[in-house]
Unconditional design. Structure first.
Length: 116
């Protein structure tokens, strides 16, 4: 189904406003899906703009959408940093566990009983 520029911009506005409203509770998977879906709309708009330049009202609406990008980008960065910290913590735990297990590894030991 082909959409008009106005319809595409409306969909983009709805998606962006919905994401901003839920930004504090959204998961990284939802943000990834949002980014992919949004890119599809942007690609369609770019193709349409080649044949029909955007009106001033469309440009104004797009500028308002871009203003929300800062909030969305910050949330993406926060989730990325959270994941990086989690991975670093897991790596520290792994190193500590390996150090502990190597100190107390008795697999090469031989136990011998003495007869009394």
């Amino acid at each position: 189904m082909d959409y008009t520029i106005e319809q595409l911009v409306s969909k983009l506005e709805d998606m962006t406003n919905g994401m901003v409203a839920r930004l504090n509770i959204v998961s990284f998977e939802e943000l990834a899906v949002f980014a992919d879906d949004r890119q599809g709309l942007i690609d369609q708009l770019e193709m349409d703009f080649k044949t029909s330049p955007p009106s001033e009202s469309v440009k104004t609406r797009l500028r308002a959408i871009v203003q929300s990008d800062f909030l969305i980008k910050n949330q993406m960065e926060a989730l990325k940093n959270e994941a990086a910290n989690w991975l670093r913590q897991k790596e520290k735990i792994k190193v500590q566990r390996n150090a502990y297990e190597s100190v107390y590894n008795y697999s090469d030991s031989i136990l011998m009983d003495q007869k009394k």
